[in-house]
Design a protein around this ligand. Structure first.
Ligand SMILES: C[S@@+](CC[C@H](N)C(=O)[O-])C[C@H]1O[C@@H](n2cnc3c(N)ncnc32)[C@H](O)[C@@H]1O
Length: 322
């Protein structure tokens, strides 16, 4: 069945079965058991649960916002025809399919993600679209020793959520052939990413993070690789060389209209995460926060009604030693 924007199925995958094992846990996933390092368990539950639901609901607008950043990074350091490519934290897999097109039928793209529901959707959409040179697997990159090698590895916003990014990126480097290339897109500082930061400021007028919450956190968060020195050091410790960062400033469509922009910003990002942590304890504040957010985002409405904000990423490139 070809999933359509209007009538898409929402795969639940098989129910998650968790069993403790040593320094990690095993998640019963789509047909196989997946080992998750203990420190990534909560983030995995978040990405496989509430964040998957949000990503799935807003897939079109979220992808529209980040596509330009991914494409610019791919133009800067493209894969070669025939390359075997790894896509890290591939989410719903549109970049994996794009990489498969770029490397052509002699090449191959392999998308990995810790959230089995992301992978189930990505695999089903790629299959329905008839893309042949693509595969997907559920895994925690931080504990995965890849059993094959790659010429090139890409990630669009998929490397910022590891509890231990050095361990995860070391596994990626070991999976590359000598001289193999890394190309990853990460958000720069929040001040230059108004579409997320405005919502965070609005929520902060009312609420700080609660001391206690049952809500699941997504890991270190979208700005964990914003600092150029930090990300450079992480890659050096992971064994990469020839590390370069290119700043990419692009307009970002937050919503096709103001209603959608408010809904997306209340669902995803640092402001939304604070709200999620408070849960129903702050229900009486939500209409006020939504109204303030609407006013803050109204300044960003362009002709035609879409809400468009400044956004900025690093395209980070590096090489495994030859
Ligand atoms: C912000 S989303 C980006 C998804 C996709 N690359 C895109 O651009 O739409 C981050 C993704 O990283 C994945 N992720 C987080 N921690 C991970 C880990 N330890 N191993 C593999 N994937 C992980 C999440 O499940 C999520 O799908």
């Amino acid at each position: 069945m070809l999933p359509t924007a209007a009538g898409r199925s929402n795969p639940e995958g098989s129910p998650s079965r968790w069993t403790g094992i040593g320094d990690g846990r095993t998640l019963g996933g789509v047909g196989e058991d997946v080992r998750i390092v203990e420190d990534n368990v909560e983030a995995t539950e978040a990405w496989n649960g509430p964040l998957f639901d949000i990503w799935f609901e807003y897939q079109e607008i979220l992808t529209e916002g980040t596509r330009g950043h991914g494409e610019r990074a791919l133009a800067l350091e493209p894969p070669r025809e025939g390359d075997r490519v790894l896509d890290i934290g591939c989410g719903l897999g549109d970049t994996t399919v794009r990489l498969a097109q770029l490397v052509g039928s002699r090449g191959h793209a392999h998308g990995v993600d810790v959230a089995e529901r992301m992978i189930a959707t990505a695999a089903s959409e790629a299959e329905s679209a008839g893309v042949r040179n693509v595969t997907f697997a559920t895994c925690d990159v931080e504990v995965t020793k890849f059993d094959r090698t790659f010429d090139y590895t890409f990630s669009r916003m998929g490397t910022m959520f590891f509890a231990n990014p050095v361990a995860a990126l070391r596994n990626v480097r070991k999976a590359l052939v000598p001289g193999g290339r890394l190309n990853m897109v990460v958000w720069r500082r929040k001040l230059d990413n108004e579409f997320l930061h405005r919502a965070e400021l609005v929520v902060a007028e009312y609420l700080e993070e609660p001391e206690e919450s049952n809500a699941l956190r997504c890991g270190p968060g979208p700005f964990s690789m914003a600092n150029a020195d930090t990300v450079t050091d992480v890659l050096l410790h992971a064994g990469f060389e020839d590390i370069r960062l290119a700043r990419q400033d692009l307009p970002y469509t937050v919503g096709k209209d103001l209603d959608q922009a408010v809904a997306v910003n209340l669902a995803i990002g640092p402001g939304a995460e604070v709200l999620r942590m408070w849960g129903d304890r702050v229900d009486e504040l939500r209409p006020k926060i939504a109204a303030d957010l609407r006013a803050a985002l109204a300044e960003l409405v362009i002709d035609g009604g879409a809400v468009v904000a400044a956004s900025s990423t690093w395209a980070v490139t590096a090489r495994a030693p030859a």
